[in-house]
Design a protein around this ligand. Sequence first.
Ligand code: ZN
Length: 187
Amino acid sequence: MVRANTRNYTSELPRINVKQLKTLIINHVQYDITSGNKKITVGVKGDNIAYQLPNDKIVIGRIDKTALSYGWRYWFICPHCHSRRSTLFFTNKNIACRDCFNLHYASQSENQLDRLRRKIVKARYTLFKGKNREYHNLFNHAYYFPKPKGMSRKRFAMEQNKLINMESIYWDHARVYVDKICGKVER
Ligand SMILES: [Zn+2]
């Protein structure tokens, strides 16, 4: 089923920031950072950084620094897209920048939406019978198609209701997705 939480994907993920990175570099230690009840262990050696994720998987990445008039500004390099970042986000089994996580979640909800769409089309074929390309177009509401011959009104109404519920779930989630594509959802 499509999850309701498709907005602001990374806002609740545990994270680490450059301030913590700087402490780590200055003290030359490996240490644990807890964020959102999840613990990540981080160690730095030269330009290399190792993250031990909550599931104990180790991801090796890099850090970068740029010169300021007084000292250095440090950056994480995202292990996936290799961009310079001041914050990285993590889950039990992955660590990445905001954009990589958003892309990941967006494609997940896109897949879930697509699965639901296919399920609806299949249910339409089962209920309305026959071959009809119009069944594939979800802009055609479930009311649009007539009751097949030989099916009782009661049974038809019941099956049609199930379909309408599924379609309204689809549109609730599709709308969020369309808003995101049109840039209406704050990121
Ligand atoms: Zn990234």
